[in-house]
Design a protein around this ligand. Structure first.
Ligand SMILES: Cc1ncc(C[n+]2csc(CCOP(=O)(O)OP(=O)(O)O)c2C)c(N)n1
Length: 377
């Protein structure tokens, strides 16, 4: 195993941009320890494609080689700027990628990572990004050697990647991420379930979906009206839009995270302009990517309800305390208009938080059966 600090010393960069990943937690925590969020040295981007563009700007301004870090699920988001911005046939801007390899073949992982895990290296090959795979057995010498060749490639504008296996990097110091809010996310979701009753609920990737699944179990309720978007971060609200428009008599709740909303915020503009009256967009805002370690988002620095209103949502509010949450939820349930409710939540979840034990396809079949019941084919 390699100390994250030694790994970063070998990278030798003084600018990092990325979206956090649980597998890269030691690396991310080290960067946070070294720089915090310091715009000159470290920016957590809204999505991985943004991070490539930010890093490209850094290169234009300094001539130096930046680092972009991501979970391999973010490879899709970098495809366009890697192929059309930094590629040697376009602007030829070198970047060193550090990529957490979820779903690596032969390693047990969650279903949403299977396919992405298989195509992680082939995608890099297609993009002409050279890579070195870092495993538990990798040595500092091997990494230094790989970095030497990456530096040579960078001189001619080519990018390269370190692809990191689970457990390959370490960082001993614990970093505690927190905010000032008191409401537990799971309690907020429970309050939503009490009000939403028979409505359809679609939830975003990470712990929000895991908590929803657990709550259904503990409340003795079926999962049939829940769609857990286990991957596709940032796309849950668009899935809800697509469904809600076709089934205007049914009510749909989107349980979103702030990191997810930021990742594809353009979705809010499309939703606001389309205005389905049966869509309630809930943003559980803990200003953090809690599911992957707790690194911050910028969601405590923006006004989500004002953004929703400006996008055309007909009702938008923000709550922080249980009492106002209950009041606003009942108000939302009664209203028949496109709404957004931001719920400011604390960080944290139960240590033994479970994972859905139904497969994504089972989830889809049960959900569509419930949703399409009585609808003429
Ligand atoms: C495209 C993409 N990038 C990164 C990830 C890794 N990832 C999974 S959950 C998550 C954080 C989600 O944060 P947020 O939506 O704020 O919800 P929270 O975890 O705080 O409840 C991240 C970064 C991913 N699944 N997909």
């Amino acid at each position: 195993m390699i100390e994250a600090e030694n790994f970063c010393d070998i990278l030798g960069a003084d600018f990092y941009s990325g979206v956090p990943d649980s597998l890269l937690k030691p690396f991310c925590n080290f960067i946070m320890r070294r720089y915090g969020i310091n715009a000159r040295h470290h920016i957590i981007g809204a999505n991985e494609g943004n991070c490539v563009a930010i890093a490209a700007g850094y290169h234009l301004a300094t001539g130096k080689v930046p680092v972009v870090y991501l979970q391999n699920s973010g490879e899709g988001n970098i495809l366009n700027p890697v192929a059309s911005l930094i590629d040697e046939k376009i602007y030829s801007i070198p970047i060193i990628f550090v990529i957490g390899w979820r779903g690596a073949p032969g390693v047990h992982d969650e279903p949403q990572h299977f396919r992405q895990g298989e195509i992680t290296l082939p995608l890099l090959e297609l993009l002409n990004v050279s890579y070195f795979v870092v495993g538990k057995e990798s040595t500092l010498e091997e990494i230094s050697y790989a970095m030497k060749s990456f530096r040579e490639r960078a001189k001619s504008g080519k990018s390269s990647a370190f692809v990191i296996h689970k457990g390959a990097l370490t960082f001993e110091r614990e970093i505690v991420y927190k905010n000032d809010f008191l409401l537990r996310r799971k309690d907020a979701i429970e309050k939503i379930l009490q009000v939403a009753k028979g409505d359809f609920i679609l939830s975003t990737t990470g712990k929000i979906s895991r908590e929803l699944f657990e709550l259904r179990k503990s409340r003795g309720e079926t999962h049939d009206k829940d769609f857990l978007t286990v991957g596709s971060m940032g796309h849950c609200s668009s899935i809800v839009l697509g469904a809600a428009l076709q089934q205007p008599k049914k009510k749909f709740w989107c349980l979103d995270g702030d990191g997810a909303v930021l990742m594809h915020m353009g979705a809010m503009a499309t939703i606001g302009a389309t205005k389905p009256k049966n869509l309630i967009h809930i943003v559980l805002n803990n200003a953090a990517h809690e599911s992957v370690g707790g690194l911050p988002t910028v969601a405590d620095k923006i006004n989500l309800s004002a953004i929703a209103s400006a996008c055309g949502y007909e009702f938008a509010a923000s709550v922080e305390y249980p009492q106002e949450l209950e009041e606003k939820l009942s108000e939302l349930k009664e209203k028949n208009c496109l709404s957004l409710l931001e719920i400011k939540c604390a960080l944290g979840s139960e240590k033994n938080l479970g994972r859905p034990n139904t497969s994504p396809v089972e989830n889809k079949l049960n959900f569509t059966k419930a949703l399409q019941m009585g609808v003429p084919k």
